[in-house]
Write a protein that binds this ligand. Structure first.
Ligand SMILES: Cc1cc2nc3c(=O)[nH]c(=O)nc-3n(C[C@H](O)[C@H](O)[C@H](O)COP(=O)(O)O)c2cc1C
Length: 224
């Protein structure tokens, strides 16, 4: 008689300000679930909601400036239990001024129990400049005795300088992709593409298949 193995259990903790990480996570979770894994996904909730868009150029500059200094954004306690036997934790969210976002920084400070002694896969949504974000995250996770995996990075595929101008204006509340001026010709879409969201789904399928065999793809995790 064969004893059925319990499904792999994955916890996804994410923050999303302008919705891009939220869609990536939704697709990843769908891929994991369709692959037979048990998934709990949860958005980290800042104590003071940050309005999107900010609605002003000045506020956008100010946010980009303060986040350079890794300012923490206080968060509500997550609903998930860090003591549950998660086989994998996915930590997802945007890059803010070359760093993890303020709510993710607060999560790392206040709730290290989610990460300790576990494989933690970083999923990053960014305009295109994520490497110091990852270096910082990897160091923090290693210090908590987590096993840092990834990162899986999704950038905005538009060319420069349009994607930088586009992200800035979008946060400020001006939708550049709808502009009838020359900007709208060069910047047709904010954020990720459907193909990238499909990639997140496929990643979920692949991870679920690997976790069912108690492995993580070698290219994602150096220490199995
Ligand atoms: C305050 C702030 C700072 C940002 N800084 C960076 C950055 O340093 N590098 C980068 O590639 N993208 C940066 N971005 C762009 C976001 O990472 C990108 O738009 C991401 O897709 C947003 O994900 P979200 O919709 O889940 O919040 C920044 C966005 C904000 C709001």
């Amino acid at each position: 008689m064969t004893v059925p193995t319990p499904p792999a259990r994955i916890l996804i903790l994410y923050y999303s300000y302008s919705g891009q990480s939220a869609v990536l996570v939704r697709r990843l979770a769908a891929g994991l679930a369709d692959g037979g894994a048990e998934v709990h996904w949860e958005r980290i909730q800042p104590r003071r909601a940050l309005r999107f868009p900010l609605g002003s150029i000045f506020k956008t500059f100010a946010l980009m400036l303060i986040t350079l200094f890794r300012v923490r954004f206080a968060i509500q306690p997550p609903a998930a239990d860090p003591d549950d036997p998660w086989d994998l934790v996915v930590l997802a969210g945007p890059t803010w001024s070359w760093n993890p976002s303020g709510p993710v920084l607060a999560l790392l400070d206040e709730y290290p129990g989610f990460f300790r002694s576990r494989p933690v896969l970083a999923m990053i949504s960014c305009r295109g400049y994520w490497s110091s974000h990852w270096r910082y995250l990897e160091k923090r996770l290693a210090k908590m005795a987590a096993i840092p995996c990834g990162p899986v990075v999704f950038d905005h595929p538009q060319s420069e300088p349009w994607r930088t101008i586009g992200v800035f204006l979008k946060i400020a509340g001006i939708a550049p992709e709808r502009s009838s001026s020359f900007l709208g010709r060069f910047y047709r879409r904010f954020g990720h593409t459907k193909e990238q969201f499909d990639e997140a789904y496929q990643l979920g399928r692949e991870l679920a298949a690997n976790l069912a065999r108690k492995t993580i793809p070698a290219d994602l995790c150096r220490r199995p």
